[in-house]
Design a protein around this ligand. Structure first.
Ligand SMILES: Cc1cc2nc3c(=O)[nH]c(=O)nc-3n(C[C@H](O)[C@H](O)[C@H](O)COP(=O)(O)OP(=O)(O)OC[C@H]3O[C@@H](n4cnc5c(N)ncnc54)[C@H](O)[C@@H]3O)c2cc1C
Length: 260
């Protein structure tokens, strides 16, 4: 069967940008090309391409298509309002050393990026008796979108580890999913708090699905726990390292491939 052709990369223009919480910036993008993207893509990842200083939008598209490869980073579609041709991406504000973080910290109306995606959503079917969600700030968007997409009678536990108490967000999760917030003020130290909380939780019998993502060192511990100490089948587990302390994204992607 022929797979539907992926939409070409396009330019998204900043409509608005604001701090949701002290370390999270929401950038609202717009483009007529969003008319070709599917509704319900919240939680799917996308590639963003960052322009050079003074680069034109046409030139960025030409570079995405024909090289040399521009600076590219992976992000999550947080909200998509197809009718309004608006798409939100929530960026962790982790300083100027990351080009994507730096872009978000300075984003203003009229700025632009290149965009490719979205990919498929991470969890396509919700069939579990109980859900286990865990995320740091980089994965708050995928975890929040997943909680919002769950059946309203879903049950489970969501563990979030954020940089300050004020980084906790309102999430429209099912009532039966308990949300617990942990604070790790220095994201550059591998935290074991999520793992400790998971170990201290008696996982119920029945089908469990997971949506877990965050810093790769933290994820390594959580993956070890899930695969060695639970009997959740692999196909019910979504777990992914979204960034790694000390590595830029391209280096992290290479390391992930070597680790497989
Ligand atoms: C599928 C997927 C979806 C993702 N979705 C999101 C999303 O919606 N929102 C989001 O904010 N991130 C998301 N990420 C993570 C994001 O791609 C990385 O954080 C990326 O490294 C950011 O690029 P940068 O240019 O800011 O920093 P880079 O140039 O890649 O890194 C520069 C330095 O910053 C450090 N760094 C990178 N990320 C963080 C961080 N979160 N906190 C502290 N230090 C960091 C690196 O270790 C490195 O030392 C996602 C990643 C994946 C794989």
């Amino acid at each position: 069967m022929l797979r539907p052709k992926k939409p070409s990369p396009c330019i998204l223009t900043v409509k608005d940008a604001f701090y949701l919480t002290p370390h999270m910036i929401r950038v609202v993008f717009t483009s007529p090309e969003l008319a070709s993207r599917p509704v319900g893509c919240e939680g799917a990842n996308c590639k963003i391409f960052l322009p050079e200083v003074d680069q034109s939008a046409d030139d960025l598209i030409e570079q995405i298509e024909n090289g040399p490869r521009p600076t590219v980073r992976t992000y999550t579609v947080r909200n998509f309002r197809k009718d309004a041709l608006e798409l939100d991406i929530d960026f962790v504000a982790h300083g100027d050393e990351g080009p994507a973080s730096a872009f978000a910290m300075r984003a203003k109306t009229g700025d632009f990026i290149g965009f490719r995606g979205p990919s498929d959503v991470k969890i396509k079917d919700y069939y579990a008796d109980w859900y286990l969600v865990a995320a740091d700030m980089s994965a708050l968007p995928v975890a929040s979108a997943t909680l919002e997409a769950m059946p309203r009678d879903a049950k489970g536990l969501a563990i979030f580890e954020v940089q300050s108490e004020d980084d906790a967000q309102e999430i429209d999760a099912p009532e039966g999913v308990e949300i617990r917030w942990l604070v790790q003020s220095d994201p550059h130290v591998v935290s074991r708090a999520q793992e400790a909380m998971m170990r201290a939780t008696e996982l119920p019998k029945g089908v469990i699905q997971t949506c877990i993502a965050g810093e790769s060192g933290v994820i390594k511990g959580l993956r070890g726990f899930l695969s060695n100490e639970t009997d959740i089948p692999k196909q019910d587990i979504y777990i992914s390292g979204y960034w790694k302390i000390g590595l830029i994204e391209d280096e992290h992607q290479i390391q992930k491939k070597l680790d497989v």
